[in-house]
Write a new protein. Structure first.
Length: 306
C-alpha cells in the first residue's frame, strides 16, 4: 500500500518539473527546434528510467516490469495521438511560437483528467470483474478500426461537438491575441482561438485515454503503477510533438504496429481469467512490434526519397 506522503511527494516532484519547464526554460513564446525537442525527449525518457530503477528498489522486479511495460504502451500510443495534435494545430492555424504554451497547459489538464480516469477505471475493475471484458473489447475494436482506417481519415473539426458548444457558451475573438487565452474588450471577457484549441487538445487526449488507460490496466491494476507510468509518458509528449512535427512522413506503418498492440493487449484482457500472459512477454511483443513498424516505415521513407 502506497502511503499518502509518497503520493504527495511524487506529485510535488512532477509539478516542480513542469514549473522548471515553464518558468525557467521556456519563459518566452518561441518556436521549438527539432534538435532542442529531441534533447528534451531524451531528458524525460531518462527521468522515467531513473524512476523505473527506483520502483525496482522500492517495490521489486514485478512492479518495475509492470511500470516499464505500462510506460512503453502509453508512450507508443501517444505517438499516434500526436499526429492528431499536429492536424489540430494546422486546422486552427496556431502560430508555432504559441504551440508550446498550449501543449504545456494541455498536459496540466491531461494530468487531472487521466488521474480521474485511472481512479474510476480501477474502481470499476475492483467492483465489477466483468469490466475487464468491456475494456478488452474496446481495445480490440479500436485496434481493428485503426488497422483498416484510411490515410485521409482526418478529424473533422468543423463538426466537433466541443467546438460547437464552446462557440455558443463563450464569446470568441476571430483572431489570436498573442499567447493569451482570454482578452477583455469593452468590459466583456472574450476567449481567444488559443483557448478553444486548448479545450480541443484536452478533450482529444481524454478520448485517447479510453484506449491507452485500459491497455495499461491489462498489465496491472496497481493504481500507483498505472498512474505514474501514464504521467511519465505524458510529460514527454510536448517535446515528442515538436520532434515528430518535422518527421510526420517517416511513420507510415506505425499505425499498423499500434493496431497490433491494442488487439494483443485487448485479447490478453479477455483471456486473463483462463490464461495469464506473462508481463515480460507482453513487453517483448510490444517492443518487437514497435521496432518492426518503425523499421519498415524508415525503409519505405528511404525508398521514396531515392
Amino acid at each position: 500500500m502506497i502511503s499518502l506522503s509518497f503520493w504527495i511527494w511524487f506529485n510535488v516532484f512532477i509539478l516542480a518539473m513542469l514549473a522548471l519547464d515553464l518558468i525557467v526554460l521556456n519563459k518566452k513564446s518561441r518556436e521549438v527546434s527539432i534538435g532542442e525537442s529531441l534533447k528534451w525527449v531524451c531528458f524525460w525518457v531518462t527521468l522515467a528510467f531513473i524512476f523505473n530503477v527506483l520502483v525496482y528498489i522500492w517495490f521489486g522486479k514485478i512492479k518495475a516490469v509492470e511500470f516499464l511495460t505500462g510506460y512503453v504502451i502509453e508512450w507508443s500510443l501517444s505517438v499516434d495521438n500526436l499526429f492528431v495534435f499536429i492536424l489540430i494545430f494546422t486546422y486552427f492555424k496556431v502560430p508555432k511560437e504559441f504551440q508550446h504554451r498550449v501543449l504545456f497547459w494541455g498536459i496540466i489538464g491531461a494530468l487531472i483528467l487521466r488521474g480521474t480516469f485511472i481512479l474510476v477505471g480501477i474502481a470499476l475493475f475492483n467492483m465489477f470483474t466483468w469490466m475487464i471484458f468491456i475494456f478488452g473489447g474496446i481495445l480490440i475494436f479500436t485496434g481493428i478500426k485503426m488497422l483498416f482506417q484510411k490515410e485521409d481519415d482526418d478529424p473533422k473539426l468543423d463538426d466537433n461537438l466541443l467546438v460547437k458548444v464552446c462557440k455558443k457558451i463563450f464569446p470568441i475573438t476571430d483572431e489570436y491575441a498573442g499567447k493569451n487565452f482570454f482578452v477583455r474588450k469593452s468590459g466583456v471577457l472574450f476567449a481567444t482561438p488559443l483557448f478553444l484549441v486548448l479545450l480541443v487538445i484536452d478533450f482529444t487526449d481524454l478520448i485517447f485515454a479510453v484506449d491507452s488507460i485500459p491497455a495499461v490496466l491489462s498489465i496491472t491494476q496497481d493504481t500507483f503503477i498505472v498512474y505514474t507510468s501514464n504521467i511519465f509518458a505524458i510529460l514527454g509528449l510536448r517535446s515528442l510533438y515538436f520532434a515528430l512535427a518535422g518527421m510526420m512522413g517517416m511513420f507510415h506503418y506505425l499505425k499498423y504496429g499500434l493496431a497490433i498492440i491494442l488487439t494483443f493487449v485487448g485479447t490478453k484482457m479477455l483471456i486473463s481469467h483462463y490464461f495469464e500472459v506473462p508481463t515480460l512477454l507482453t513487453l517483448l511483443v510490444i517492443i518487437v512490434t514497435l521496432s518492426l513498424s518503425i523499421f519498415f516505415s524508415m525503409m519505405k521513407s528511404q525508398s521514396e526519397t531515392k
